[in-house]
Design a protein around this ligand. Structure first.
Ligand code: ADP
Ligand code: MG
Length: 693
């Protein structure tokens, strides 16, 4: 195509680009890509790697050899960056420049620059191992060490070395981009490929340890209040310049924004604020599942005199760069998925960040002028609880799903994808992928949930499970306003539950889905019932996408079906058991339950569950996930009968998800074991401190 004829507007931000450090390197960079099959590119965050390099390659004609694909560990980053780049180039998003993330494909046959999550790229490799549609693959944010990016690194290398059937290695360019120093390792991994460093200058950032929190704050999230006070302090006593605040997740961020908003209203700008040019505070949240139109505001400069304050998750540390930031307020915590040995499964946990992450966060204040970073923790916290580097995801989460994917790709020698220092090789029994495994790997869902869906399809009741799988894939649909309206919301939710025939959290989701879908005006139904319309709307879309995949599978080969004798409720719950047999618990003392995964951990039903308060009526349950605070809570719960899981439970002890993820740690180095142990010790200490306080 001709570029000029398609442009929707004048390239928008062209005037801004020459100022970016990468601009000076344009020719050299393009040349380096031309000359090398593998290239590592590094440079300060904000230097222009993610947004500019794909454009340079586009201009240099690389698209003639196939698409330019850029992977991101985070979904929001993929979307936001694609928006930005299509805007800079003057294209309509989804045409020449597009993005693809799970359940949201915004590309077309014309797309030549494609931003995507690393998970989507992995899925594409499954369908087309040689990546025949691509001329260039850029693996961005390699320093984040996300599980999928690590696996992609291995696959790219393997693909190249293997030659053989699906190799078009001679022409595919692989570029790995990283914000930090680990570039030596990366280069070594790719046979000492060249490292291209984008020089850039940053300004000094003064760092203060404010010592407002201690270890006990990790559970109570009491640090949110301290963070809010700190922000107000900065706003009233520091000179003009925007503030970037690091918290851990959506609910915390929203709470912090509410608190900030209320307190900021009380400021009297005639007396309270030191810098007379500052006369307002604009508070903006930034987290993963936020609607994109709201995200756009983050990047816009605030009105004159107004100080912008962005309250963000770790996404603002390296993936997205916001200009104008002079002050950083760091909570010192991050939310991450980790294998929890107390529960024996992967759990989202709030943990202290590493020292290197803290430096990275602070650095955001020094991009365009000198800045200041306020850490709400103290020196002691830094020394004692913050590790030097973060443990890569591949070493802290269950590998079941990745292993299945790799095996489907014919990588049986799973993760002999080399170099223990980059990809830690787990060793486990060999085994071949069954037909069921091949079907399962086609779903962009957790394996347990996929198993449930396929069982339901075999029994001819997928219409019950598709909505549930969809609802579990979107953000929480139940609004809990947390103020005087809380009672009203709870009553409405309870009404939906009792209409659903009482009983469990899964049917409750199904009921919300169906009621909303069949109502005359779904959005007003949601408003009346304290349900998130945006979330249910995406669940509708996810449901139809999953249903398409399922239909395809049912047609693929002779898909075997089963008969079922029993009530609808039994059918429903038995389907759930076929996927959730790893998450079974039995009631023990009082309101507590004991997990049946070989760990025998004590768990409680979370207050958000329809079954909360009904514990005494229950015996065996399954649950969707676990929330770890000072207690372990199970969420999204369903009562079951022992007979339904008894044949599955013993198998669980033989080869199970738990074991698979643990063997992954058998070959770790002593240094890593020491790190693990100190982390575990840290958690125990946290636990002790919280229990006694
Ligand atoms: P890197 O990948 O090297 O960290 P980026 O390419 O993400 O850098 O960003 C380069 C510059 O482009 C940033 O300094 C930022 O100011 C600007 N930028 C990036 N995304 C946006 C956006 N969505 N809106 C406005 N400016 C942006
Ligand atoms: Mg980047």
């Amino acid at each position: 195509f001709t570029v000029s004829s398609r442009r929707t507007s004048r390239p928008a931000a062209a005037e801004n680009m020459p100022r970016l450090p990468i601009y000076q390197q344009k020719e050299r960079l393009v040349e380096a890509v031309r000359c090398n099959a593998f290239l590592v590119v590094t440079g300060e965050t904000g230097s222009g790697k993610t947004t500019q390099l794909p454009q340079y390659l586009f201009q240099a004609g690389f698209w003639k050899g196939g698409k330019i694909g850029v992977t991101q560990p985070r979904r929001v980053a993929a979307i936001t960056v694609a928006q930005r780049v299509s805007h800079e180039m003057g294209f309509t998003l989804g045409r020449e420049v597009g993005y693809q993330v799970r359940f949201d494909d915004c590309t077309s046959k014309d797309t030549v620059i494609k931003y995507m999550t690393d998970g989507c790229m992995l899925r594409e490799i499954l369908a087309d191992p040689g990546l025949t549609q691509y001329g260039v693959v850029i693996l961005d944010e390699a320093h984040e060490r996300s599980l999928n990016t690590d696996v992609l690194l291995g696959l790219m290398k393997k693909n190249h070395c293997r030659g053989g059937s699906h190799s078009r290695s001679s022409s595919l360019k692989v570029i790995v981009m990283s914000a930090t120093l680990e570039t030596e390792k990366l280069s070594a991994f790719f046979g000492r490929c060249p490292v291209f460093t984008i020089p850039g200058r940053t300004f000094p950032v003064s760092e203060q340890f404010c010592n407002l929190i201690g270890p006990k704050d990790i559970d109570g999230s009491g640090y949110v209040k301290e963070v809010v006070n700190m922000v107000l302090d900065v706003h009233t006593s520091e000179t003009a310049g925007d503030i970037l605040v690091f918290l851990t997740g959506q609910s915390e961020i929203e709470r912090a924004c509410d608190m900030l908003f209320k307190k900021a209203e009380a400021i009297d700008y005639r007396y309270d604020v030191r810098d007379r040019t500052v006369d307002g505070l604009l508070i903006l949240p930034l987290y993963g599942s936020m609607p994109t139109d709201q995200q756009r505001q983050i990047f816009q400069p605030p009105p004159a005199g107004v100080r912008k304050c962005v309250v963000a998750t770790n996404i603002a540390a390296t993936s997205l760069t916001i200009s104008g930031i002079r002050y950083v307020v760091d909570s010192g915590f991050v939310k991450q998925l980790a294998h929890n040995s107390r529960v024996g499964m992967d759990v989202l946990e709030i943990v202290p960040i590493s020292k290197s992450e803290a430096e990275q966060r602070a650095g955001r204040a020094g991009r365009t002028s000198e800045g200041k970073c306020f850490r709400i923790y103290g020196r002691e916290f830094w020394e004692k609880y913050m590790p030097d580097y973060m443990v890569p995801e591949i070493q802290r989460t269950s590998l079941t799903s990745v292993i299945l994917t790799l095996k489907c790709l014919g990588v049986h020698d799973v993760i002999r994808l080399h170099h223990a220092h980059l990809l830690l090789p787990p060793c486990f029994r060999r085994g071949h992928v069954t037909e069921l495994g091949r079907q399962m790997v086609q779903f962009p869902l957790p394996l347990g949930l996929t198993r449930v869906l396929l069982r339901a399809a075999a029994l001819g009741c997928e219409e019950l499970m598709l909505p549930i799988a969809a609802m579990l894939s979107v953000e929480n649909v139940f609004i809990r306003p947390g103020n005087q309206k809380q009672k009203e919301a709870e009553t409405k939710h309870r009404e939906i539950a009792s209409d659903a025939g009482k009983n469990n959290d899964f049917t409750m989701m199904l009921s919300v889905f169906e009621k909303c879908k069949s109502s005359e005006s779904p959005s007003s139904w949601c408003r009346e019932n304290w349900i998130h319309w945006r979330a249910v709307k995406s669940a509708f879309s996810v449901e139809s996408q999953l249903s398409e995949i399922l239909l395809r599978i049912k047609q693929q080969r002779d898909f075997s079906t089963e008969e079922f004798e029993g009530s609808q409720s039994e059918l429903f719950r038995q389907c759930l058991c076929s996927g959730y047999f790893t998450n079974v618990a039995r009631r023990s003392i009082g309101k507590s339950f004991c997990t049946m995964d070989g760990h025998g951990s004590t768990v409680h039903i979370h207050p958000s569950s329809a079954l909360f308060g009904e514990e005494s009526q229950l015996d065996w349950i399954i649950f969707h996930d676990v929330l770890v605070t000072s207690r372990m809570y199970v969420r999204t719960v369903c009562p079951i009968r022992y007979e339904w899981v008894k044949d599955l439970l013993p198998k669980l002890h033989e080869v199970d998800a738990y074991e698979l993820s643990n063997v992954a740690r058998e070959e770790v180095t002593e240094e890593e074991v020491a790190k693990w142990e100190s982390k575990e010790a840290f958690k125990r200490q946290m636990g002790d401190q919280c229990d006694s306080s």
